[in-house]
Write a protein that binds this ligand. Structure first.
Ligand SMILES: Nc1ncnc2c1ncn2[C@@H]1O[C@H](COP(=O)(O)OP(=O)(O)OP(=O)(O)O)[C@@H](O)[C@H]1O
Length: 490
């Protein structure tokens, strides 16, 4: 049996809370709070879908509290319970706070149950909508025909916008350069530690280039021994070597008209470096077991986790090959040098994992996020991806707490979230005029939200409680645009 939706009732009048809770318990998992402080604790620890809040509370009004809820938990459907017909300005305040419904006392039990049913239904619809938007983003709609559909699907998934980063990330500069390089048919060398997103960058570059309708063929040169690498890349004729039972086209030919991505290029042997250089110089190759040459038109992108210049200096990599491969060099900074990216990446990877595995969780607790941000990430984004997936697999509650972190991360993370003030605040300047610091914070919140909403402005505006026009003005102001490689704050 599925668990009933959770609702929260807030009222400082014990009798009212009791009566409401008793009625709602027929269909819902009911939490109760007598004031704002208690309600915050419940919201932090539980996956609440709808709130009934009394307007009259000690300290702050129900509308004020629900505005705070909207800012922190925008998905929760908020309802206000008022004692009598309110004046017009109260109605305006209710509208401004994005409150779904107001219920006047005395209410009828059926009216209360109906409101709760509608609210939790709305919550579920919103979630479905978000999930579908994410799904569409990961696998965009197809065009005509099977081949086109496959290509479209891949192209839609790989563009510079799918390289998740904040407006202040050092990765913006790399993407800007990559977007420029995309327009020129030149070889590009992508450097960066393992798991930093070199292949992702190569794919984005390919799909932003004029070769985007051609194939993107990736070869992991480091994983294949020499003889096999030659046959994989250039193909072979039947009988060329023991086991060559039939003619086979090489990957270079598969990439004709498109892009050949040579991953881990720093790992190829000296002998294979010579063969590759010949191919790059002449644009033609010989399949194993034949004397015929075949000419192809491919653009070569290469990647390595090594410092290839150092390899050249040390005599392990040919200088002429290095220059053939690196008309332009792009460097992807390690994740530990871009801690702000960890936050948006972690949320993005969690959304994607939830979608893929059909799970629903609310997100990371502040302490967990603090630990993620502080970790060194030697395996970079791939390691973060694994960590997020691991937490999701182990999670038994809505919020992913520090107890789910792997031991190495937990040791540096326990209990530090609150002390370190996790959030976009981490990266705002510690000194300078207030307005300037507020602007950086505002830009980060906009960026984080719009990335999470898949650049859907309506969703983003709704989450942030802005009109579409208001949102557009703010995006313009900070220069946040989803063009290839351009996501910066000027
Ligand atoms: N900025 C990013 N935004 C979203 N996903 C990312 C980002 N960077 C990396 N990833 C994801 O992390 C994983 C590792 O990325 P990728 O394979 O491109 O790294 P790599 O540098 O080529 O790794 P290796 O050196 O091991 O070949 C992939 O699933 C990729 O989609």
């Amino acid at each position: 049996m599925s668990t009933p939706p959770s609702v929260l009732v807030i009222d400082d009048e014990p009798r009212s809370v009791e009566v409401m809770a008793r009625i709602l318990r027929e269909e819902f998992d009911v939490h109760v709070a007598s004031g704002a402080a208690e309600a915050r604790g419940i919201l932090e620890a539980n996956w609440i879908q709808a709130i009934f809040c009394d307007q009259r509370m000690p300290g702050l009004t129900g509308v004020q509290f629900l505005s705070e809820v909207r800012d922190r938990w925008p998905d929760i459907v908020r309802m206000i319970v008022t004692g009598y017909t309110e004046p017009d300005d109260m109605i305006d305040a209710i509208n401004a706070a994005g409150i779904y419904q107001y219920i006047t006392k005395p209410w009828h039990p059926d009216q209360l149950l109906l409101a709760a049913r509608n609210a939790t239904h709305l919550f579920a619809m919103q979630r479905d909508h978000e999930r579908l938007s994410l799904e569409l983003r990961l696998a965009p709609p197809a065009a005509e025909g099977r081949l086109v559909r496959q290509r479209e699907r891949v192209r839609g998934s790989y563009h510079f916008e799918s390289i998740i980063r904040t407006p202040t990330s050092p990765l913006n500069e790399t993407c800007r350069q990559a977007a420029k390089a995309a327009a020129f048919d030149i070889p590009v060398l992508i450097q960066g530690e393992t798991g930093t997103g070199k292949e992702l960058m190569a794919r984005a570059l390919h799909y932003a280039s004029q070769r985007d309708t051609g194939a993107f063929v990736a070869v992991n040169c480091g994983a294949i021994p020499d003889e096999l690498l030659e046959s994989e890349l250039f193909g072979h004729r039947k009988g060329a070597f023991t086991g060559a039972h039939a003619n086979r086209r090489g990957l270079v030919e598969e990439a004709d008209g498109g892009t050949l991505f040579l991953d881990e290029i720093g790992d190829i042997s000296a002998a294979f470096q010579v063969k590759l250089l010949r191919f790059l110089q002449e644009g033609e190759f010989r399949a194993l077991g034949t004397n015929e040459t075949t000419r192809v038109d491919v653009r070569v992108l290469a990647a390595t986790h090594r410092d290839l210049r150092e390899e050249v200096r040390a005599g392990r990599f040919r200088e002429d090959l290095y220059f053939r491969l690196s008309a332009m060099v792009l460097t992807i900074p390690p994740l530990r040098d871009r801690p702000d990216d960890v936050r948006v990446l972690a949320n993005h990877l969690l959304d994607a994992a939830c979608l893929r595995h059909g799970r629903h969780v609310r997100g990371f607790t502040p302490d967990t996020m603090a630990a993620l941000i502080r970790h060194d990430w030697p395996g970079n984004v791939r390691e973060l991806q694994n960590e997020v997936l691991r937490m999701l697999v182990l999670a038994e509650q809505d919020a992913l707490g520090v107890e789910l972190l792997s031991p190495g991360l937990r040791a540096t993370g326990d209990g530090d979230g609150a002390r370190h003030g996790v959030g976009p605040m981490d990266s705002i300047p510690h000194t300078g005029p207030l307005q300037q610091r507020m602007d950086v914070l505002e830009a980060q919140i906009l960026m984080e939200t719009i990335v999470r909403c898949g650049w859907n402005k309506s969703l983003t505006a709704r989450e942030l409680g802005l009109s579409r026009v208001g949102l557009r003005a703010k995006l313009d102001r900070y220069g946040i645009v989803p063009n290839a490689g351009q996501r910066t704050i000027q």
